[in-house]
Ligand binder design. Structure first.
Ligand code: NOJ
Ligand code: CA
Length: 699
């Protein structure tokens, strides 16, 4: 049901010295005014405490068209929005979008150019965006800097990753703002390629906590035809300025009026749960542009994937180490190729036996022998299988078992090549009945060295999703720019990686135990993440005795991640034989839902812990996930979220008493109890541990 009320009111420029806006709860107050020589500026207060001190707004265009001063207010309009809408797939089936809005229409007196700034104040935070009306004498323009400031009140604690324009696959640092050092020389993302970095630049979303226990988050929504916003700190004033990823020749953005830029957002609360549970970013995006969404389905999947990451098999049929010396056209089999017809059938059997929807097969197509490090434009054609992968046979087999295949398009960053071949690649998928694709953008963007976060690449990611929608294909992108709620508009954009996923635990210094307690406050605010949880064989020495790498959680925490790390497509990422060894724990992965009617955040503290309960969509079943960082944790949760008067069976998958992510990661225990809305459950999480609970109706 939609309910949208708009009240508008025009003010004369004389009365417009300062404009006030209140959130529906009246706890947040924003103010707009022109300062100095007509410079737009804003402030934000929460419960009477300053959050953002006077901060400038505007853009710098190619000289001499600076758009940050000499403005006068032509008109202001206020409005209220209140509607309720339903996402196709989501964390809750009904979302309220409730805000007060202030639109300030500005005229730059020296140039007669028009710029509007629209502010929306929600109970969870502020959003604002620049809009440029159609202007006869100002059709095209080039942005060389964005002025937008976030002038913070002190040296808050921040959870930051360095402002690499090319990758978000970093471990978070928890430090005071004054200690931020995003310098390239200091930090490695573990995969050996990086974009330009700067000591004072960090990525958004940026999660912070003040000394007086307020939680702040700076982010953006609806990034369309514009670069990703990073944040550059002035450590003397604790002011961040929007820092946009440039294109290959240093320009930031090319725009054509009329246009609207992405929303900049500042969330604030004294309760960390409000940040994790906020739907502000989704609400700021346009409603779905796909009319018939019946083909967009949640999915649980397994795949020929982790076995390559742990070194048991190879993506390439011929072995990339052979590529340099190989005779042209001659493939010398590695003998370890993962994506064979036979292996695909094994995974299809496993998926069918355990009730999964899909199977992902990576390394099925020609090109892997040459994919990394050579910066070649033409590597993959996305249609030619290796000789030991019979795509017709695999497709027919999957169909006979009612399993959907998930296509894999690794582009190796060669976006020009992918764009040229995309229609053929999608048609090839449809021909073999694939309705979902996992894409990948490993490495520098070929051929021009664009950054993953620049305007050109943002447009590429959005365009691929739109093209896929035309063909009824769901997309899960890896190494893309991080989502900003655009999956509300294009719900076939079912998931993305765009952060440091579980895979890093297989072959790098990995993801420290706090990592998964931070992502829901950062990356996940923009949209679902394909984190690929469910690794049971925690230590990589199981594959190769000399390996030191390990998943930095307990096994039970891997289960809890299915609840805390939202994605409507979730992978059971480990190998079938590892699940066979722990069939009792695997039951949770088989039972857990991936699409939800409701989500309750029970406990949250960024960098420390998170406990969530979610109700399965259209089913009387709840699932709880509780995770902790490197510290053990005891807590008691109340099941007050259950409907009153009903009895359920709760199966609790928890860390064994002596479990510890380093010393004893695989020790878990399972107990079953009867519960109702009046029940409380005591949880004991090991260091790096977690608890997963399925709450199912009593038979
Ligand atoms: C990185 C992706 O995150 C991973 O899932 C994939 O297996 C490799 N690239 C190869 O495409
Ligand atoms: Ca990745």
């Amino acid at each position: 049901m939609k309910k949208l009320i708009f009240l508008s009111l025009a003010l004369s420029p004389m009365a417009a010295s300062a404009q006030l806006l209140m959130s529906p709860s009246k706890e947040l107050k924003a103010e707009f005014k022109l300062v100095d020589n007509g410079k737009p500026a804003y402030t934000l207060e929460y419960k009477g405490r300053p959050i953002i001190e006077q901060s400038l707004l505007g853009l710098v265009l190619e000289q001499p068209q600076t758009l940050d001063a000499d403005f006068k207010v032509v008109r202001t309009q206020v409005a209220t929005g209140d509607e309720t809408w339903s996402p196709v797939l989501g964390e809750q089936s009904s979302i309220r979008n409730h805000y007060n809005e202030l639109k300030v229409e500005l005229l730059q007196t020296t140039t007669e150019r028009k710029m509007n700034i629209v502010f929306r104040l929600y109970d969870e935070g502020l959003a604002f965006r620049y809009e440029f009306p159609n202007q006869y004498r100002w059709k095209y323009f080039k942005v060389t800097r964005e002025i937008t400031e976030f002038n913070l009140t002190g040296d808050h604690k921040a959870f930051w990753i360095p402002g690499d324009f090319d990758s978000q696959e970093y471990v978070y640092t928890e430090s005071a703002l004054s200690q931020i050092n995003g310098d390239q020389s200091q930090i490695s993302n573990g995969i050996g390629f990086k974009g330009p970095m700067e000591a004072t630049r960090v990525q958004s979303p940026l999660m912070m906590k003040t000394n007086d226990d307020l939680y702040l988050n700076i982010f953006e929504a609806a990034v369309v035809n514009y670069p990703v916003m990073h944040l550059n700190l002035n450590p003397k004033t604790f002011t961040f300025r929007a820092d946009l990823a440039p294109n290959a020749i240093g320009d930031l953005a090319y725009l054509e009026t009329p246009c609207k830029l992405p929303w900049r957002t500042v969330m604030v609360s004294d309760d960390a749960r409000d940040i994790v549970g906020s739907r502000l970013i989704l609400n700021l995006n346009d409603p779905s542009k796909i009319d018939d969404t019946n083909w967009i389905k949640p999915m649980k999947y397994v795949g020929i994937w982790w076995e390559m990451h742990v070194g048991k098999s190879t993506w390439d049929y011929a072995g990339s180490q052979n590529a340099q010396n190989a005779q042209p056209g001659v493939l010398i089999p590695t003998g370890k190729h993962g994506a064979t017809t036979e292996n695909a059938k094994t995974y299809i059997d496993f998926a069918a036996k355990h009730g999964f929807d899909g199977v992902l097969i990576e390394g099925w197509n020609v090109g892997w022998e040459d994919w990394f490090g050579n910066w070649k434009e033409e590597v993959f054609d996305f249609v030619t299988p290796y000789p030991d992968f019979n795509i017709s046979e695999v497709t027919a087999y999957a169909k006979s078992k009612n399993i959907q295949l998930i296509m894999h398009h690794e582009t190796s960053g060669s976006v020009s090549n992918y764009e040229r071949r995309l229609d053929r690649a999608f048609d090839h998928m449809k021909k073999y009945g694939y309705n979902a694709v996992k894409s990948g953008y490993v490495g520098r963007i070929i051929p021009r060295g664009e950054w993953h976060d620049g305007q050109i690449m943002v447009n590429h990611f959005n365009w691929v999703v739109q093209r896929a929608a035309e063909k009824k294909i769901m997309v899960n992108s890896h190494e893309s720019s991080r989502p900003t709620g655009v999956h509300r508009t294009w719900p076939n954009y079912v998931s993305a990686e765009a952060a440091r996923g579980n895979e890093f635990n297989a072959w790098s210094n990995g993801n420290p135990p706090a990592h998964e307690t931070i992502l829901p406050f950062t990356r996940l605010l923009g949209g679902p993440m394909d984190y690929t949880p469910g690794i049971f064989e925690i230590r990589m020495s199981a594959y190769e005795p000399s390996k030191k790498e390990q998943v930095q959680t307990t096994l039970a925490k891997q289960l809890a991640l299915y609840v805390t790390m939202y994605s409507p497509i979730q992978m059971a990422a480990d190998l079938p034989e590892n699940y066979d060894k722990h069939a009792d724990a695997f039951q949770f992965i088989k039972d857990v839902a991936v699409d939800w009617d409701d989500t309750k955040i029970l406990e949250a503290e960024p960098g420390d812990y998170l406990t969530m309960a979610r109700k399965a969509k259209a089913k009387d079943a709840w699932f709880v996930g509780a995770i902790t960082d490197e510290n053990a944790r005891k807590t008691t949760i109340s099941l007050g979220f259950l409907p009153a008067g009903k009895k359920y069976k709760a199966v609790i998958y928890e860390d064994a008493k002596d479990a510890d992510w380093q010393k004893n990661p695989k020790a878990y225990a399972i107990r079953t109890i009867e519960v109702s809305s009046k029940s409380k459950i005591e949880l004991a999480l090991a260091p790096g541990g977690g608890t997963a609970i399925s709450i199912l109706p009593l038979k």
